[in-house]
Design a protein around this ligand. Structure first.
Ligand code: IPM
Ligand code: MN
Length: 327
């Protein structure tokens, strides 16, 4: 049975990086005999302009039927697409590995994986305005914390067995306090430490090598993963997987970058490495490894976009990497 993959190119540089990534994904699927049944759908600002809704019914139907969603960045309407997909399919774990790539100038050495809770926190969208007062609810549940902590535990067991729980329980004593307490309880068999989010931001710049698995809530994870990606060499290289029990969505961490859209200079590596995460999720590690190897090869051979010191276009990089994957 083929995997049903819904492709959502998204906005800004989305269509360019997704197009480049598709060359690589198709090459890996072909080489390793992975059957993918791919469909395309519109969502985001582009759909909003055309149909008046960011997430059209047709796209929703296709997403419902898909096993996997592979998505580019979304512009202004990202909450209505990205967060909707995460919530609708309970993709509760946002996995964001952050690691230097050989040959890419970086601020520091870093090799960690963020396990970001992905469906709770202020992202539930409970915001209200009462006259001159605005209120947002931050919702953290014991069950949600347990299930994300278990994911962090699994990753730690495959890595250096160390988890840092990041929160702000000195201020949000009840809400972040629950997250901290439940997480620490789930992780008691491992080497665990905890850090306030402000200190974690500092430490990620000062001594990022100290982190192995970072477990945190939705919003802190959003902010810290952009920061960590920059420490590793740039946001154009950072992949992610949004994982649920039955479905998953893979997407680059970066945004739509309208300022450089259509110029062919966007780095497709974040999208391509998100494709590698997709193969890993379906249990085809050999395909994921081949993609990662090919990405490193492209950098070694200087086939790179300008953000990491190269002169190639988005598509040239994608095609080169796909040719290495094909062997
Ligand atoms: C991300 C993005 C999204 C988020 C936005 C676009 C809704 O920044 O995936 O990190 O805040 O989660
Ligand atoms: Mn973000």
């Amino acid at each position: 049975m083929p995997y049903k993959v819904l492709i959502i190119p998204g906005d800004g540089i989305g269509p360019e990086v997704v197009d480049a990534a598709l060359y690589v994904i198709k090459a890996a699927a072909e080489r390793f005999g992975v059957e993918l049944e791919m469909k395309m759908a519109e969502a985001g600002d582009v759909a909003l302009r055309k149909y008046g809704v960011a997430m059209p019914q047709e796209t929703l139907k296709l997403a419902d039927a898909a096993d996997i969603i592979f998505k580019g960045p979304i512009g202004e309407s990202a909450y209505d697409v990205t967060s909707l997909i995460r919530m609708r399919y309970t993709l509760y774990a946002n996995i964001r590995p952050v690691k230097n790539l050989p040959g890419v100038p970086a601020l520091k050495e870093i090799d960690c994986v963020f396990v970001r809770e992905n469906v709770e926190d202020v992202y539930v969208g409970a915001e209200y305005r009462v006259g001159g007062v605005a209120i947002a609810l931050k919702i953290i549940t014991e069950e949600g914390t347990r299930r994300i902590a278990r994911v962090a535990k699994r990753y730690a067991e495959m890595r250096r067995r160390k988890v840092t729980v990041v929160h702000k329980a000195n201020v949000l004593r009840v809400v972040d306090g629950l997250f901290r307490d439940v997480a620490l309880e789930e992780l008691r068999e491992l080497e665990v430490d905890q850090m306030y989010v402000d200190a974690a931001a500092m430490e990620l710049v000062r001594n990022p090598a100290r982190f192995d698995v970072v477990l945190t809530t939705n919003q802190y994870g959003d902010i810290l993963t952009d920061l960590a990606a920059q420490v590793a060499g740039g946001i154009g290289l950072a992949p992610s997987g949004n994982i649920g029990d039955a479905k998953a969505m893979f997407e680059p961490v970066h945004g739509a970058a309208f300022d450089i859209a259509g110029k062919g200079i966007a780095n497709p590596i974040a999208a391509i490495l998100s494709g590698a995460m997709m193969f890993e999720w379906i249990g085809r590690k050999e395909a994921a490894d081949a993609i990662r190897f090919a990405v490193e090869k492209s950098i070694e051979k200087d086939v790179k976009t300008p953000d990491i010191g190269g002169r190639n276009t988005t598509l040239e990089v994608g095609k080169y990497i796909s040719s290495i994957v094909s062997g």
